[in-house]
Design a binder for this molecule. Structure first.
Ligand SMILES: Cc1cc2nc3c(=O)[nH]c(=O)nc-3n(C[C@H](O)[C@H](O)[C@H](O)COP(=O)(O)OP(=O)(O)OC[C@H]3O[C@@H](n4cnc5c(N)ncnc54)[C@H](O)[C@@H]3O)c2cc1C
Length: 306
């Protein structure tokens, strides 16, 4: 391996960069502070044939217990900025979406309110096509800058391959910045809408727990009869299911919670057991929403049926 670029750390623990707080270390880890620095790091990884992983707020991320054999990038410096110019809000890919929503409200701009309940970064939200209470990321997104080993490129939303909880942004590409085109509205009114969204969310979801939010995506299967993943899990008796230190939240059946000293293996075990219950009861196979970093070992039962 060629000389490791400056600022790249070895064997970096990733657990504390995730909201569920499980998983092992990354072989290499860096916090690029500009698009140019990011491209340099991506080019180094490319030349070394190293895998690449981006971490935002780690709010939808499950890291393998064995960690990640490659370079993990967490955006910093100017890649976390939130600025506005007229109706445009320009954010670094590492900017926190709730902060961007709050700042936009303060500037008297509407359109980003939905971000108040999504505890991720702008880059993670673009990759995941995050959404809440009807707010559509793609509706307000003007363009993003995507960095790869080849350089930085500006792309409009229709070139990002958005789909339900996903996009076509590849594993070796990192969202470095995004521009949102919003509309004017009285700041007080926007703040009020956000406060309502927050309190609605507080009633529906557990707070103060170590979790990556929704575990499974809502199924597109007629046998689900329109029910969400959470409703199916509940009806199948999965709520509160425990494996090791991981359990399905007693308050929201689609949330896995690190209730103690959970490992990623515990999380995978609880996911597989819950998925089995839903499969056997309704014939529906739930698919994960959570993104995996590293080589995880799914329990044998993950393959279903039998
Ligand atoms: C309590 C709770 C509530 C939630 N509610 C919602 C909700 O209402 N709606 C919703 O959609 N989601 C929700 N989520 C899930 C999560 O917050 C979103 O998916 C969020 O967009 C993830 O952003 P992140 O920065 O945390 O990404 P991470 O979890 O760090 O990463 C997720 C994926 O995005 C990739 N990624 C991260 N940053 C970048 C980047 N800059 N460029 C390219 N790829 C990147 C990662 O490699 C990974 O594949 C919730 C999560 C929690 C814990």
């Amino acid at each position: 391996m060629s000389e490791i670029p400056q600022g790249v750390e070895r064997d970096y623990p990733l657990e504390r960069l995730t909201t569920i707080r499980v998983g092992g270390p990354a072989d290499y880890f860096a916090r690029p502070e500009s698009a140019a620095e990011l491209v340099e790091l991506l080019a180094w990884a490319e030349a070394e044939g190293a895998a690449i992983g981006a971490v935002g707020s780690g709010s939808n991320l499950l890291v393998a217990d064995e960690g990640f054999r490659g370079l993990v990038l967490k955006l910093a410096g100017e890649l976390t900025r939130i600025e506005h110019e007229g109706l445009r809000v320009l954010c670094g890919g590492g900017a926190r979406l709730p902060s961007a929503a709050a700042k936009a409200a303060g500037w008297g701009l509407t359109g980003l309110e939905f971000g108040v309940n999504i505890p991720g970064t702008v880059g993670g939200a673009v990759r995941m096509n995050a959404n809440a209470y009807g707010g559509e990321l793609a509706e307000v997104l003007e363009w993003v800058t995507v960095c790869t080993a080849a350089g930085a490129e500006r792309r409009p939303p229709d070139q990002l391959g958005f789909r339900y909880r996903g996009s076509a942004i590849g594993e070796r590409a990192v969202v470095a910045e995004a521009s949102f085109l919003l509309a004017e509205a009285p700041a007080e009114q926007v703040k009020e809408t956000m406060a309502e969204m927050r309190s609605k969310r507080k009633q529906a979801q557990p707070s103060g727990i170590k979790t990556f939010g929704s575990t499974f995506v809502n199924p597109d299967d007629p046998r689900a009869e329109g029910r969400s993943a959470g409703q199916l899990l509940d009806a199948a008796g999965a709520r509160g299911l425990e494996r090791g230190g991981a359990r399905l939240s007693p308050k929201h059946a689609n949330f896995v919670e690190n209730a103690g000293e959970a490992t990623t293996a515990d999380v995978l075990a609880v996911m597989a057991a819950a998925r089995r219950l839903v499969h056997d009861r309704f014939g529906v196979t739930l698919e994960p929403e959570v993104q995996v970093l590293g080589e995880v070992r799914w329990p044998e039962d993950w393959g279903l049926p039998a």
